[in-house]
Design a protein around this ligand. Sequence first.
Ligand code: NA7
Length: 549
Amino acid sequence: MSFSQQPIKTGTDFDCLVIGAGFSGMYMLHLLREAGFSTRVIEKGDGVGGAWYWSRYPGARCDSESVYYNYTFSEELYNEWTWSSRFPEQPEILRYLNFAADRLDLRRDIQFNTEVRAAHFDEDENIWRLHLSDGTSVTATYFISGVGCLSINATNIPNFKGLEQFEGDWYHTGAWPHHKVNFRGKRVGVIGTGSSGVQTIPVIAQEAEHLTVFQRTPQYSVPANNHPLEEEFIQYVKNHLPEIRGKMRESLGGLPFAPFERSALDDTPEERRKVYEEAWEKGGSALFFTYPDLLTNEESNTTASEFIRSKIKEIVKDPETAEKLMPTYYYGTKRAIMDTNYFETYNRDNVSLVDVKKAPIAEITAKGVRTEDREYELDVLVFATGYDGMTGPLLKMDIRGRDGETLKQKWENGAHVRTYLGLTTAGFPNMFMITGPESPSVLGNVPVAIEQHVEWTADCLKHMRETGMDTIEATQEAEEEWSRKCREMAEATLYTKTESWYTGANIEGKPRGFLMYLGGYGPYRELCDEIAEKGYEGFALASGSNTVV
Ligand code: NA7
């Protein structure tokens, strides 16, 4: 380990402390070091990768196309890596992140196997003090969260009665063991049919003696149509990276494709069917990115929902099972899912589907799962039950700003989240949240959102240094205005009409609220740049006793 550079400000251990060595923390470290800031990353795991380090469940794979789901800031780095397939599996993505860590020589400034328990702002000194799981504490001028929207410290294991008496093994998809879990000859239960459940169910079904899926909400899912990448395509993307990167950055969802400009209702039913059929064949996110009004117009949305329901009916042979699998919420308002043989899996003899909306899970017993109408005996239970997303990863830590106010108090335990740009929050000076709540974050190809936040933050810190400022903090007015704007945008869509982890509805007792900025990656980037160009409009910058608003 190096932790070598001297901090610019005397009295602190580092200029910057970053939590998490996933996509965000790794790039943040790289840019801060390049800019001459002494930086340490604190990481819970014993390796880099963040969510890709922990989510090792069978079938885990990315749902953005690989050639766009990586760092694009360096052509050199980009050209040195070659993906095997369109949607690679978790081990390959983890290998990629390890390659990037080696190539950028990041490990020497990452403290592994260490959790951040608390982060407190010291108002007298204008420094952040982080309290770590090894009992030590460490200080810095800037505190940057790279914990992401779904993290290991915020996995959701529903509070089922009796889990402690279960005699079999149980796992959560987001905290999967590092060894191979053996399902051969076992009766396996999977609870949850979100992205993780839909990915793991077909893979576990191939090995298990019997698989019982406990489904609360049926899902829309489209085929990923994964395939190996052709050498010619890979070379094309490598040769055109600057142009492709430009398109990704300007786009709404971080992908280099131009969206349709017409409503689903502008096409005749036959034209629409053709559009949807082509998108279904193409696979991946093609269907989600067809008509731009699918998420704002109920009638348009119904056309896509009905199309997918018709496909489920075609694929699933047993009409009763097909009926149980029919989703009814607005397509796309829960994370759009893609799969490899998900619905086909229900045609297997060793797979059964249990509707736990009809007969909810009453308890976990020593032998398995008891719903309100019967008991299912199981040897292994898999929780594919997701995360306390967006605010969870931050609020699990004891973060305190001015006057000792905790982030939990300020956000009223999530009931009243207020941020400025999803990057900062008033009362917490010199603290930044990469892909924080109320930024566009997970509503697209996330590495693009991460690169933008990381670059903006690094530029901001350079500005602070160049202008001799000590603290930067969102103003109350700017953040109230930003949060209001985010809520208004969400209310104008169908997103808020669906219970999902996007709205906090998946966690018992969690306050509801849609915590993403819906204006799209490209427009958001422009806005952030404008704010910086205007001397960090909406922020208070202070040096000593001088404040500039
Ligand atoms: P998700 O998408 O939050 O899915 C969780 C699933 O677990 C979903 O089907 C839930 O049903 C189900 N669930 C949650 N709690 C319960 C209880 N108490 N009983 C029964 N079923 C339950 O998590 P994933 O890990 O699949 O995906 C998270 C993100 O990771 C994903 O969006 C990608 O961005 C990557 P529900 O739909 O709430 O009725």
